[in-house]
Ligand binder design. Structure first.
Ligand code: SAH
Length: 462
């Protein structure tokens, strides 16, 4: 069947006899045979098993791991096409779901650099490499074990215990790959055991590498248990091999899951954190801090938020879901007061620290659930908002928060979203009192189907 268009989440669409097929792994213009994975009356989902014809717009993926590594799904499309589809998707979703009058959409802001754009990457080390089916079958026939002493890379799509061994990932600048390989090599040479998540044994688990535009960089290696000698030996070797890395840390994770949110990283050398810069604002990033992953695009995104806020300097700005306060602080020299609200305690601490670092005294940050913090008394106490910035997670805003925003009736809302579908739903709820003024998609993640979209809303005059 002929693939006709893109649907959401990187799937594409074909139609036959009134039925819609959502297809993984194809692009519009491909002619494919598919195997159905779900089949309902009006729609079905499937995966490509055979390409009869490739779409003319396809290009050769530049990464050798494309197709097996789940990281980049769209490398078979030239960047220009990726942007076109992202823009189109924002338009489709906003129109189809919100069903409200919308202005024209500004052309998507693409990246100038489409490789090395991530400031943070996380690799996993494991004893279970992902092996493609055909090779696995052959190995089994030969009686070879699919396990290995150790590999480093990314989780295979949908598999918690299998790792795609990576040679070169193009998403972060050097020496990201060299560090990962050096860790693997050192541990294999010294018989230091890699972690087996099924058996829950082994030492070497993950690493997070952050490389900032400021030239500072931080590597945190997560290990399964305390072992002073291995820490000392591995880090001494790494420090000598990569003198450009400004701080080295390790974290002991004895739990079954990979989250380090509840763990305390230990500094091996350096300050234990790095600085990143957006325009002239400095942000301190610790091993557990959240920071926008694409620094250059974060700058563009925040500029859009600043432009859409149309500040004169006297405004009280609320920055809801503020994370480490980065948006509010970026707008601070054009505002009278910034009030940030964020759930995660550590992020709020970072926000306060970032305000201090930038000598910003007219910013206050509050920890808690926006639904609980943002009640009538809070708005009365902190002052009537001129602009509300909201940047919720993928699920969008909770309905009760939308209701609250309608009651508060700030003259302007700037809504930053990583999911146009939930954004569209929320815009519809706001539509009684608010008009959509501007729409600006921004591409933060080339080669993936992720989309960031900024919408400004103005209070209707009644
Ligand atoms: N605006 C920030 C971060 C946005 S990410 C930036 O640009 O860097 C969304 C943030 O919402 C996360 O930091 C998350 O911890 C926070 N969050 C999620 N649910 C929340 C809730 N119910 N109340 C307050 N904050 C919440």
């Amino acid at each position: 069947m002929l693939v006709q268009n893109y649907a959401a989440e990187g799937k594409s669409i074909a139609r036959r006899e009134g039925k819609v097929f959502f297809i993984q792994g194809a692009v519009p213009g491909d002619v494919v045979d598919i195997q159905l994975t779900r089949n309902k009356k009006d729609w079905a989902e499937g995966e490509v098993i055979h390409f009869k014809k490739y779409a003319a717009e396809r290009t050769e993926p530049f990464c050798q791991h494309f197709g097996i590594c789940g990281g980049c799904q769209w490398q078979m499309l030239p960047y220009k096409e990726q942007l076109k589809y992202k823009e189109q998707q924002v338009a489709d979703q906003l129109q189809r779901i919100s069903k409200i009058p919308l202005p024209g959409i500004n052309p998507i802001l693409g990246c100038d650099e489409i490789i090395h754009y991530r400031n943070k990457l996380e690799y996993t080390f494991a004893t279970r490499p992902f092996i493609p089916k055909e090779i696995f079958r052959e190995m089994k026939m030969r009686g070879d074990s699919p396990e290995s002493a150790g590999v480093g890379g990314f989780h295979a799509k949908g598999m918690f215990d299998k790792i795609v061994e990576i040679d070169v990932c193009h998403l972060q600048s050097p020496p990201t790959n060299e560090i990962r390989k050096a860790v693997v090599h050192f541990c294999l040479m010294h018989k230091i055991p890699f972690y087996d998540i099924k058996k829950q044994e082994g030492w070497l688990r993950n690493t997070q590498i952050r490389i900032a535009q400021t030239g500072e960089s931080m590597v945190n290696i997560i290990v399964g248990f305390e072992h002073e000698d291995w820490v000392e030996n591995l880090f001494t070797f790494l420090q000598q091999t990569f003198p450009q890395i400004t701080t080295w840390l390790y974290t002991i994770n004895e739990k079954r899951n990979d989250s380090i949110a509840d763990l305390e990283p230990i500094i091996f050398s350096g300050r234990g954190y790095i600085f990143e810069k957006l325009e002239h604002y400095q942000y301190k990033i610790g091993p557990k801090s959240f920071f926008q992953t694409n620094t250059k695009q974060a700058e563009k995104l925040y500029r859009v938020v600043r432009d859409f806020s149309a500040l004169k300097g006297h405004e009280i700005i609320y920055d809801l879901y503020c994370g480490t306060g980065s948006i509010g602080l970026f707008l601070s020299n054009k505002a009278k007061h910034i009030i940030g609200v964020e759930l995660i305690r550590e992020a709020v601490d970072d926000a306060i620290e970032n305000a201090r670092l930038n000598h910003i005294e007219h910013a206050d940050f509050f920890q808690g659930d926006v639904l609980e913090v943002c009640d009538q008394t809070f708005f009365e106490k902190q002052g009537k908002p001129d602009v509300i910035i909201t940047d919720p997670p993928r699920a969008g805003m909770h309905e009760s928060l939308v209701k609250k925003l309608l009651e508060i009736a700030a003259p302007k809302i700037v809504y930053v979203s990583c999911n146009p579908a939930t954004q569209a739903r929320d815009l519809a709820l706001l539509a009684d009192q608010y008009e959509v003024e501007k729409i600006q998609p921004v591409d933060m993640f080339p080669h993936t189907h992720h989309i960031e979209n900024v919408v400004s809303l103005t209070l209707k005059e009644i």
